[in-house]
Design a protein around this ligand. Sequence first.
Ligand SMILES: NC(=O)c1ccc[n+]([C@@H]2O[C@H](COP(=O)([O-])OP(=O)(O)OC[C@H]3O[C@@H](n4cnc5c(N)ncnc54)[C@H](O)[C@@H]3O)[C@@H](O)[C@H]2O)c1
Length: 251
Amino acid sequence: MAIGLQDLKDKVVIVTGSGRGIGKGIAEAFAEVGSKVVISDIDAETAANTAKEIAGKGVETLSAVCDVSNREQVDKLINATVEKFGKIDVVVNNAGITMDGLFIRMKQDQWQKVIDINLTGTFNVTHAAVNVMRKVKSGCIINISSVNALGAPGQANYSATKAGVIGFTKALAKEIAGMGIRVNAIAPGFIETPMTAKIPEKMAEEMIKAIPIGHIGQPLDIAKPILFLASDMASYVTGEVINVNGGLNGV
Ligand SMILES: NC(=O)c1ccc[n+]([C@@H]2O[C@H](COP(=O)([O-])OP(=O)(O)OC[C@H]3O[C@@H](n4cnc5c(N)ncnc54)[C@H](O)[C@@H]3O)[C@@H](O)[C@H]2O)c1
């Protein structure tokens, strides 16, 4: 009986959008338990810096520039990973953006870009990775949704994508469980990253007041349940959404 995260050692893990923020925290956590981590981001500089930092801890990494909304770039990311490491064990679909605005003023482009990155990006990376995983009848996909999948004013576009990610997770989990691939999601609450640094201070203070645990979360708070989902500890968990939000009402 294996209780713990030992099986994550030498697992090959792709984390999208891992140049900074939550993705970087997730990549660092996998490195901490000895996984081989692919740092992929649309931003070449942050991806390279994060990969360098992690490699400094003696872990094998690959830094890859990849816009998840571009299928050609995604295919390159998957091919480069297989070329370097020979397999893909875990994919964390973390890359995501906000382009907030009131619906009546929302531009078509503001809607489309968020859909393309948050939802189609998740499709692209998963679609390409599952094609590799199914051949060995093993794999694990973890998608990042949000507490705002429940609907947040000013985020009709973002909320639609994050609710979509949940439907996608649940449908795919049922479809590919027989291929030995588990699919789960994490719905973070309010986490301290460059994304949330854009929120005006007063509004952020009000948001923190509403968190029962009493403070904003850190990327590591999200990374820990992701390690659980990726490990054998969650071998019978699929199609699940874990709310990680300090007690806010979850999805
Ligand atoms: N921070 C929060 O409070 C919070 C809450 C709920 C959900 N989330 C979700 O967590 C994920 C990470 O958020 P974060 O707060 O770390 O954001 P962030 O903006 O700090 O980091 C996002 C990373 O994704 C990268 N990225 C953006 N577009 C990309 C693309 N097209 N292809 C590849 N990479 C791209 C960025 O370069 C950046 O490195 C997102 O999916 C976000 O929606 C965040």
